[in-house]
Design a protein around this ligand. Structure first.
Ligand code: DGL
Length: 274
């Protein structure tokens, strides 16, 4: 892929593929490179320092791959590493490059979905404890009440390919009920983890029909389209040959097998050591 400057998409594992899928649907002409740090997933229960260190390594690797723009398609990395990377690291790594996350674009629109102004958020421990959504949503929709609940087992369930297993229902029901016990007024639940769309059918079983579930893929894709339109100096750097490349820090066999479910198409990945 010489002369290719792809848009980089990063996640701790498979989850970011649910976002990449929507991005490619909306913006098919660009080149993309996906990096899943499957060897070290999940990030959700890790310390701030570890998530920052692992994410920075991944960002550096994507910059070496000539990415002018990188999307952290991982809420945990967006919550714990993005700001430091943008402010502290990027100026010396490549001041003309950009790293964006998924929390801000989601926060910008979440208020358009709720009628009761009561929103539930399901995410990893890292995302919930960071309070990033509370801080971001407050800026755009100060009247909205947010109820957060961490689901520490959901990413391991998905990464281990157990999302459709009957045993998974126990954890889905428990976590969804714990979130909804906070308030009877919640009418919108945000799946604030890019792995959770794989659990959507099970989640729907345990929430009243009047509550809408919001996944981030389409929101992030629309936001990226808008960003590229508003930033022609970045857009011009992104090559357009419709090429897709997938890299994983773990087994390519496992990645290729499971990725089809997240991405919707067969994937041929390459192993990388960061
Ligand atoms: N997909 C990541 C997110 O959106 C999962 C984080 C993890 O590895 O626990 O938060």
């Amino acid at each position: 892929m010489s002369n290719v400057s792809p848009i980089g998409v990063f996640d701790s594992g498979y989850g970011g593929l649910t976002v990449l899928k929507e991005i490619v649907n909306k913006l098919p002409s660009y080149d993309y490179i996906y990096l899943g740090d499957n060897a070290r997933t999940p990030y959700g229960n890790r310390s701030f320092e570890s998530v920052y260190e692992y994410t920075l390594q991944s960002v550096k690797w994507l910059l070496q791959k000539n990415c002018p723009l990188i999307i952290l398609a991982c809420n945990t990395a967006s919550a714990k590493a993005l700001r430091t990377i943008q402010q502290k690291d990027l100026p010396s790594l490549g001041h003309e490059k950009r790293v964006l996350g998924v929390i801000r674009p989601t926060s910008e629109v979440i208020g358009n979905y709720t009628k009761t102004n009561n929103v539930g958020i399901l995410g990893t421990n890292g995302t919930v404890e960071s309070k990033s959504y509370l801080l971001e949503i407050e800026k755009f929709f100060p009247d909205i009440k947010i109820y957060q609940h961490a689901c520490p087992l959901w990413v391991p369930i998905v990464e281990n390919n157990e999302y459709a297993s009957p045993g998974t229902d126990y954890f889905i029901k428990k976590d969804v009920e714990e979130l909804l016990n906070n308030s009877g007024k919640i009418d919108t639940i945000l799946l604030a983890c890019t792995h959770y769309p794989l659990l959507i059918d099970k989640i729907k079983k345990y929430i009243p029909k009047k509550i809408q579930l919001i996944a981030q893929g389409e929101i992030v894709a629309a936001s990226l389209q808008d960003y590229l339109f508003r930033h022609p100096e970045i857009e011009i750097q992104c090559s357009k040959n419709r090429q897709l490349q997938f890299f994983t820090t773990d087994s390519t066999k496992d990645f290729d097998k499971h990725s089809k479910i997240f991405f919707g198409k067969k994937v041929n990945s390459i192993h990388v050591d960061l």
